[in-house]
Structure formats: structure tokens, C-alpha cells
Ligand binder design. Structure first.
Ligand code: AMP
Length: 191
């Protein structure tokens, strides 16, 4: 199975590139941000709880997100593999993902880290806020989310680097150029 983590700061283009990866490699998309937004729209107990954190630019607590992810993986079996978009975001989530995949006799194959300068990230998120109306894409929350990324999520790069699974990709340029860089890497992964 080709299990891919698409990793990077908010606004780095994870969602857009995930869509392209899915259509080329036939993977199943798991975006914890999207699942949480659906839960919020459906006003479920999890959604109401998650909303409080998301609106402030904080991470939703590990135990909630890990339980949600385990449940999704339990009910969605994908032959070719998964693309994890926005998960893991903390070391504890990375360790939980390893445990959950191990139980399914599989593991993370690659972590693709999309590297984008901070000014570009801010610009992209402000534009997305205007175009898609995402309530967490506003100026105060954006800076908070970037700080949370640096403090809680970025250390995961070292976790995957030590395992020899981290691949960095320049996340600037056109969507097509970035995808070409990613495909070049994925085409050469031997499982
Ligand atoms: P995203 O769509 O991936 O940018 O996620 C939007 C928001 O959902 C994040 O800013 C977090 O508040 C929350 N979220 C998404 N995925 C996670 C996760 N793996 N752990 C904690 N919070 C998450």
C-alpha cells in the first residue's frame, strides 16, 4: 500500500495537491480538517466540541482527532493506500498513526513536506478566506495557526526524517509544477 502523508504549514497547498495525487495514484483521501468541518456543519457532538478550537486557530485535542481517524480507517478500506492530509499534526498523532496502520499490517510509505515561505502562506489563506468563506482563514487566526504549526507540527519532520521517510518538495510555482515534483518522487518510491 502507498500510504502518503502530505505535510506542511496551513495554506501550503496540501488539499490541492492531494486531489491531484488521488487522481493519479488512486489513493483514498483522508483530510481531518474536512471531516471536522463536516462534523461542525452537521452539528454533531464532536463538531460542536471541535468548533471551539478551530475558530481560535488551535488544534483539536489529540484524543478526539485520533479516535475520529481510527474510526474512519476502520470503515474505509482502500486497496492502494491512503493520503493523509492535515494528519498527523502532533508527535502523539504521528505515533498513533503508526500504531493504527501497524494493526492493519501496513505503514507510512512517504511524508511529503511542502515548503512554502510564510508571506506566501498568509496571502494564500487570506485569498481562500475571501473565496471559500472558511471562518478560520482570517488575519488573527492565520498567525495563530502558523505559530501552532511551528511549535507543535513542525517537530514531526524530524520524526519522519529519522525513519528515512521525509521528502521535501518546493511548494512554490504553479499547481502543475508542484505536482510534477511530487509525481517525480512518488513514481520512484519502491514499497
Ligand atoms: P485544515 O483544513 O487541515 O487546515 O484544518 C483546519 C483546522 O482543523 C485546523 O486549524 C485545526 O484546528 C483542525 N484540525 C485539522 N486536522 C487536525 C489534526 N490532525 N489535529 C488537530 N486539529 C486538527
Amino acid at each position: 500500500m502507498l500510504n502518503v502523508i502530505i505535510f506542511g504549514a496551513p495554506g501550503c497547498g496540501k488539499g490541492t495537491q492531494s486531489e491531484l495525487i488521488i487522481s493519479k495514484y488512486r489513493l483514498c483521501h483522508i483530510s481531518t480538517g474536512e471531516i471536522l468541518r463536516e462534523e461542525i456543519n452537521r452539528r454533531t457532538e464532536l463538531g460542536n466540541e471541535a468548533k471551539k478550537y478551530i475558530e481560535r486557530g488551535h488544534l483539536v485535542p489529540d484524543e478526539l482527532v485520533v479516535a475520529m481517524l481510527a474510526d474512519v480507517l476502520e470503515h474505509r478500506s482502500c486497496e492502494k493506500g491512503y493520503i493523509f492530509d492535515g494528519f498527523p499534526r502532533t508527535l502523539a498523532q504521528g505515533e498513533a498513526l503508526d500504531r493504527i496502520l501497524k494493526e492493519k499490517n501496513t505503514s507510512v510509505a512517504v511524508t511529503l513536506s511542502l515548503e512554502v515561505d510564510e508571506e506566501v502562506l498568509v496571502e494564500r489563506m487570506l485569498k481562500r478566506g475571501e473565496e471559500k468563506g472558511r471562518s478560520d482563514d482570517n488575519r488573527e487566526t492565520i498567525y495563530k495557526r502558523l505559530a501552532v504549526y511551528r511549535e507543535q507540527t513542525e517537530p514531526l519532520k524530524e520524526y519522519y526524517r529519522k525513519k528515512g521517510k521525509l521528502f521535501t518538495v518546493k511548494g512554490s510555482g504553479s499547481v502543475e509544477d508542484i505536482f510534477e515534483r511530487i509525481a517525480e518522487l512518488l513514481d520512484h518510491i519502491t514499497l
